[in-house]
Design a protein around this ligand. Structure first.
Ligand code: AMP
Ligand code: MG
Length: 337
């Protein structure tokens, strides 16, 4: 009898819920050099239009090549202060905090070095040690100052937000949706995923973790996440080959050389998309041991680290949220402490 009553109650409760489940709306845009797909449950046209326009608006502020962008103005400021928007100021603050926190592994002033390797134009080249030595003194994330809305970049230095911009865009897009009362959405911005709440039925979003083999759709497993960002950085995402050597787009600010260590990719799961994005790049630079030590010392994010020995190191807080792909060649190792 009790079971019957429970069943009846469930049936009654599910009727109106099922009847007014919000409709999924999908929008796509191209900004920050990547395709973005937004799936939102229950948004009105104005909200969806504002959401779709947001990454392009940020791109206009942050582009290193568009001559009317704030970053372009900064990179051509000859040491003079430049007034910037709230978004650029927020990104600078986030980048400065991450630069300190990661002991310089994330450094947005790496731009002259990134350019020397040709990653800014896709006409790749291997610079000489002398060229890199001449550029490294211009790499110093702690030399950028922000006073009120005025940024000063010392003469000769240049910056680019490539390592955190998409994560920041995801974060502000999610905020826009939350402010509009949306409680369920998944936003994909290149290798960055940002979720708002859970799926409309209350179950977590499933985010695939890509295999570094480069084959589209080839995944090592899925992460279940609710109301968080999941951001992946990996050498396989962008690289070039010269004389049999592979050079990836993530560079160690200490040496000016593309990262070549025991990691294939780093996925960070956390509340703040910009922080996740910055940390995924920085932990990739650190290598496995240092990255795990960084997690142990901080514990305000979770990580999945893929190493060159086919191990997937999954930090304790993600242990129950990671499902390895069937027949995966990777071994999952849970990092408890
Ligand atoms: P991500 O894909 O988020 O890991 O960011 C990589 C991009 O950020 C590269 O394409 C470079 O433009 C830039 N970058 C590379 N290495 C670093 C670094 N160590 N710190 C900050 N930016 C970097
Ligand atoms: Mg990043």
């Amino acid at each position: 009898m009790k079971r019957l009553l429970t069943l009846l109650l469930c049936a009654l409760l599910s009727l109106p819920l099922g009847g007014c489940a919000p409709k999924a709306e999908t929008r796509t845009t191209f900004a920050m050099d990547t395709f973005m797909t937004f799936t939102v449950y229950g948004g009105d046209e104005d909200t969806l239009a504002a959401l779709t326009a947001l990454p392009g608006r940020l791109d206009k502020l942050l582009s290193v090549t568009q001559e009317d962008s704030e970053v372009y103005a900064l990179n051509h400021s000859n040491g003079q202060p430049v007034s910037v928007s709230e978004d650029t100021a927020a990104l600078l603050e986030a980048a400065a905090a991450l630069h300190t926190r990661t002991d310089g592994a994330l450094d947005i002033t790496l731009y002259p070095v990134v350019r020397a390797w040709g990653f800014t134009t896709d006409s790749h080249q291997v610079p000489t040690r002398e060229e890199l030595n001449a550029l490294l003194p211009l790499v110093n994330g702690s030399a950028v100052t922000l006073e009120n809305d005025a940024v000063t970049l010392p003469e000769g230095m240049e910056l680019d937000f490539g390592a955190i911009a998409k994560g920041y865009a995801g974060k502000v897009c999610a905020q826009l949706l939350r402010d509009a009362g949306i409680t369920s959405a998944i936003l994909s911005l290149g290798g960055n995923v940002q979720t708002v709440g859970a799926k409309p039925d209350g179950s977590p979003w499933q985010v695939a973790v890509q295999a570094p083999s480069g084959e589209e759709g080839d995944t090592v497993g899925t992460l279940s996440i609710v109301d968080k960002a999941a951001v992946t950085s990996g050498g396989y995402q962008r690289y070039f080959e010269a004389d049999g050597t592979r050079y990836c787009h993530i560079i160690d600010p200490a040496t000016g050389l593309p990262v070549d260590n025991d990691l294939l990719s780093v996925t960070i799961v956390g509340d703040d998309g910009a922080v996740c994005d910055g940390l995924s790049t920085a932990l990739y630079v650190m290598g496995l041991e240092e990255a795990l030590d960084f997690w142990r010392a901080n514990r305000d994010f979770e990580a999945l680290l893929m190493d060159t020995d086919h191990n997937l190191w999954v930090t304790a807080g993600l242990a129950g949220d990671f499902t390895p792909a069937e027949n995966s060649i990777y071994t999952t190792i849970i990092v408890e402490e």
